[in-house]
Write a protein that binds this ligand. Sequence first.
Ligand code: DGL
Length: 281
Amino acid sequence: MIGVFDSGFGGLTVHRALIEALPGRDFVYLGDNRNAPYGGRPPIDVLNLSCAALERLFAEGCTLAVVACNTASTVALRWIQQQWLPVRRRDDGIARNVIGIVVPTIEAATGIGWDEDGTAVQQTKQSSTIAVFATRRTVETDCYPIEIRKRRPDITVVQQACPELAGSIERGLPRHDLHALVDRYVSELLRKLGTAPECVILGCTHYPLVADLFAVALPSGVRMIHQPDATARALKAYLDRHPEYDGSHAGRRRFLSTGFSTEALPLIETFWGDKVPFVQA
Ligand code: DGL
């Protein structure tokens, strides 16, 4: 069973790509809607909430979890992988792993991945200016610029925090209000940059739900990285290298939520194409 965790509904954008790429695997999704948005929370809150969510997924029987949330990935994932998981493993003797979405996204944007032995591998010629739209907390970590520059120091990275966007999507704000918000954040970015970026990362799981609004607001010809597809490719490759972390093959699906207001459901169901059968976590 593979767990997928997000602060709320946004991770469904990633979840859908994962189940399309690996239809035979068993998946459980956990949205921590009750505590969303994470993007303005202090880092220690994000860390504690992320560990609590992962514990819940482990209790469901997951031995591999994908942290779909950018905020949780940028703030907490390294600590979780390096400090928390080894202690848990020592305590209960079960090998589990947790992977995130930042590295696959950056590999898609820069065209540079790392080999198993740590050698940089160039795949394609890529952009010289990347714009990153993300939550305030993700922007503050500088995780995207730092990780991009490790691979491509020549690339200019400009970040734009969108502090109201994920919460507004989560609360089901009307589309014209979301449109105005996206326009505002894109205008701020373009003003800072003074020109069009060559490539854009929507570095928050909620933003693909309004990707069309970003596409309209951005100058034409800007390449948009599809984080869910990049994550799905990375998960597939990971399972090929590490089959020990999941052997499920019944195609089971389970959707857990810590609790949400129903106002965002129309947007979510339009995206999903059906009702999502959430149960209380
Ligand atoms: N899902 C989170 C992310 O990808 C953002 C939403 C939030 O602020 O909770 O960053």
